[in-house]
Design a protein around this ligand. Sequence first.
Ligand SMILES: Cc1cc2nc3c(=O)[nH]c(=O)nc-3n(C[C@H](O)[C@H](O)[C@H](O)COP(=O)(O)OP(=O)(O)OC[C@H]3O[C@@H](n4cnc5c(N)ncnc54)[C@H](O)[C@@H]3O)c2cc1C
Length: 396
Amino acid sequence: MATTEDVLKPDFGASRKHFIFTDDHDRLRESIGAFVEKELQPHAQEWEDDKYFADWVFPRMGELGFLGLSYPEEYGGQGGDYYCNLVLAEEMTKSNCGGLAMGIAVHTDMATPPVFLFGTEEQKQRYLVPAIKGEKVSCLGITEPDAGSDVSGIKTRAVRDGDEWVINGSKTYITNGHRADFIVLVTKTDADAGYDGFTLFLVDMDSEGVIREKKLEKLGMHASDTALLAFQDVRVPADAVLGQEGKGFYHIMWELQGERLIGAAGCVAGAQRCFDRTLQYAQERNAFGRQIGKFQVIRHKFAEMATKIESARQLVYMTAWRHQNGEYPVREISMAKLYASRIAVEVADECIQIHGGAGYMKEYGIERVWRDMRLNRIGAGTDEVMLDVIGRSYGL
Ligand SMILES: Cc1cc2nc3c(=O)[nH]c(=O)nc-3n(C[C@H](O)[C@H](O)[C@H](O)COP(=O)(O)OP(=O)(O)OC[C@H]3O[C@@H](n4cnc5c(N)ncnc54)[C@H](O)[C@@H]3O)c2cc1C
């Protein structure tokens, strides 16, 4: 309860702790943040230039327990809640390396959750346990050269042949595709069954017929590897089916919710970091005899950005709370993903403007935030697809 003394002056410096986080989350945040700043951030420029972050990152993060924060201890996880994954996504932005954060998020929050939820015990032992240790790297194959937003339009086929399945097709823009040990692959198994004709498979990337064709060049997220993959008569055993045969479309729609929410959390944290760095710049840079931050026009830019970041943060946290409490809030996840990725790009753009020429220079790292953030309006479902999901949820 506030006292009379407390309410005399606004407390702008108060900690911004949100009710979803406990002291344990704070300790986790400190430990991940310290690791990221000490062991990852110093390599950010090198990995951007190499267009590949070092392979040791996965086993190192596995050793520290960061790749299985919310998975049960029996699989080598830390047994935490979903908020631990939010903490990881937020702290990874301290690496100043969007491509690295994305590669890790694909592994922890996109490719392995379906193995945990839909996998058999044998599949969990074979794929999830080593993935949590960082010994096996995962990737997720949905998008194809002729089908992205329209997942139901994919052409990759899996055909039953005795005790095996034979897979043919291709996948593109696959994050971690070059380094991955296994892929969670979306296929069509019955062309006449509509949404009930899709099946997920767990495929070892060293299987005969899996071809890692091209390392794709991108606008940003340079440290992550993005692959074009081909599957030519790839034979997998019957037990490579992940989840229910014919229900792969619904399974992957479930996976996309986690992917979108964690992406939204990363956007908010990335936007906040860009804001903080720019605020410092605006307090140090002078023009016409005063700090540039003291010009009303610049001050208002910060006010606009802060308001948007805070709104996005609240939307992400409230939606995460519903998700953690067993709801399936697809509408709000879509809103959070849409709004957080839009405002992150807006914030990065304004931060370039406030930096003036320095914002355009690589040295300051602000242009990289803009290039990296721009992906979020496309990946994991475009703005337009999010708007359609939200609009349709009202029966339109
Ligand atoms: C760097 C990067 C990493 C990625 N990583 C992965 C990965 O690891 N795994 C994976 O499977 N995919 C990955 N993707 C793919 C990503 O999810 C798709 O690019 C995205 O879903 C959009 O699909 P598309 O590129 O085929 O665009 P399209 O579907 O061809 O869309 C083109 C345009 O049409 C619009 N459009 C399409 N349908 C509608 C509609 N119904 N209403 C209104 N507008 C519409 C879109 O919004 C967009 O503006 C990655 C992409 C990138 C760029």
